[in-house]
Design a protein. Structure first.
Lengths: 280, 209
């Protein structure tokens, strides 16, 4: 009885230490659990894969540094896939705190594939007014972004000659940590201007995206770090990249974290019901 | 008058933009583009209001020595330094704003704040997640299935577990989500109509005059 009462009053610092050790251990010594790709990630991969070379995909960086560990691997994997398929990438974002992250991706990933800024990738940056920005991009991208993030006129960038409005972009991949995010791209880019939209979201918001998947509005979905890991595996299996896979590396940690939380809930419930029965 | 003019503008633009959506005439498209430009420009002014509101709030908090007032000094100094660095040295790649404030301060701090949620969640789940009723027991089982199905260890334990998790998300979860979405959408339409017609006036702020 005392043991169960002790369990109920367990010092939270013990929980923190157990959690910390079990999250860190697989990062130092991987368990090698392996990642299998699900149908949602495969659908997005196939949609990007089937685009003809030379077409442009828009990748929306709608997240901030808080969600970076979960979502940046998706961004990198989608961009690597696009460049390997000789697609052009138009980067932009609806989150002002995400501009530096998109800038990092625009700077780091294209050189891996020998891609040049202005010809194979353009980063538009961020503008205020979500709905007005998306609607404006639907009519004329240059009216919303006369210059790119680096201050270069869009007229001076060869890639932008074939990309005037959202209708010229067959696929949008919105990597979103919340609002504004993929739902806004669905509302305008998909419903109004006919682009296909795929999404990468944090694990906690994945359940919200399912209705859009079944309705066919979302072409594919990367849910949380697992979604990012699935996409990384698909890209590597297809031979498009040999880069380090941060999401795959983190999956062992996440597996153990989930198991720890479940065990804690089970132990907490056992202790609660045993003490309650004895008390009664 | 102060309330009537905004109400009239709201009514006219609300109706015009609704009608415009269905008329692909050049005049309609031009009006639509002009309205979008206006919206973007007006929304940029919200920044001024936002900064003003932030500064006033923190100054007031410090003046009245409310609980945690010293954190307001940090907030204001951080806002001032970021503004000065951004205006002085620019915001592009290689600037102190990008290299120091964003990459070396904001990214690790923001990511750390989010990461410690795992510890709080573990502690909170241990203390609060109890199967006291049939409903909460069901919630617990569904949570366990999805938690295991969403990570590779679920597949290692039982290869069908990811499929069961997918079913939980695709069927019961989606049924509930869809009902919520319909409710939210209908509510949004009703609220929009009330705002356009001037029935809902909360957005004007203040009391009735």
């Amino acid at each position: 009885m005392k043991f169960f009462q002790y369990l109920l009053k367990l010092d939270r610092r013990i929980i923190y230490i157990v959690m910390g050790v079990l999250v860190m251990y697989p990062l130092i010594k991987p368990l090698g659990l392996g990642v299998t790709s699900g149908p949602r990630a495969k659908a997005l991969f196939d949609a990007v894969d089937q685009l003809p070379a030379g077409k442009t995909i828009l990748v929306a960086v709608d997240f901030d540094p808080a969600s970076m560990p979960e979502l940046y691997p998706m961004l990198a994997a989608v961009m690597r896939h696009a460049f390997a398929k000789n697609l052009k990438v138009l980067l932009c974002g609806l989150w002002v705190t995400g501009v530096g992250l998109a800038d990092r991706a625009a700077t780091e990933i294209p050189p891996e594939y020998g891609k040049k800024y202005g010809e194979d990738i353009v980063y538009l940056g961020w503008k205020s007014g979500v709905d007005a920005v998306l609607l404006g991009m639907g009519e004329n991208i240059k009216s919303v972004y006369p210059v790119d993030y680096y201050g270069k006129s869009l007229d001076s960038l060869p890639m932008m000659r074939s990309v005037q409005r959202l209708r010229d972009i067959p696929m949008v991949v919105a990597i979103s940590a919340g609002t504004p995010g993929y739902q806004d791209w669905l509302l305008y880019a998909q419903a109004r201007y006919g682009s296909r939209v795929g999404a990468g979201v944090t694990a906690v918001s994945a359940a919200d995206a399912y209705p859009y998947l079944q309705s066919g509005q979302l072409t594919g979905l990367l849910a949380g770090m697992k979604g990012g890991a699935e996409y990384e595996v698909l890209v590597q299996k297809a031979g498009y990249s040999k880069a380090y896979m941060p999401a795959v590396a983190a999956m062992d940690s996440q597996s153990l974290a989930h198991v720890v939380i479940m065990l804690l809930v089970i132990i907490g419930n056992i202790a609660y019901f045993v003490t309650r029965r004895k008390g009664a | 008058m102060k309330r009537t003019i905004p109400l009239v503008i709201c009514l006219i633009f609300g109706i015009v933009m609704m009608v415009q959506f269905f008329i692909p005439h050049p005049v309609s498209v031009a009006l639509y583009n002009l309205s979008n430009d206006w919206v973007r420009n007006v929304s940029a002014f919200a920044l001024v209001l936002g900064v003003g509101s932030l500064v006033m709030y923190h100054i007031e908090k410090m003046r009245r020595r409310r609980q945690g007032w010293y954190y307001s000094i940090v907030a204001l100094v951080a806002a001032a330094v970021t503004t000065v660095v951004g205006l002085g040295w620019g915001v592009k790649q290689g600037s102190p704003l990008q290299n120091i404030i964003f990459s070396n301060l904001m990214v690790p701090l923001n990511a750390s704040m989010f990461a410690i949620l795992a510890f709080y969640m573990a502690s909170a789940a241990y203390r609060a997640f109890r199967a006291r009723t049939k409903e909460s027991a069901l919630l617990l089982i569904a949570a366990f299935i999805v938690m295991l199905g969403m990570v590779p260890i679920g597949n290692t334990i039982w290869h069908k577990l990811p499929e069961v998790a997918e079913w939980v998300l695709s069927v019961p979860n989606m049924a509930a989500k869809r009902a919520i979405l319909f409710g939210v959408a209908l509510g949004a339409i009703a609220t929009s109509l009330k705002i356009i017609l001037g029935i809902e006036r909360g957005w004007l702020g203040g009391s009735k005059s």
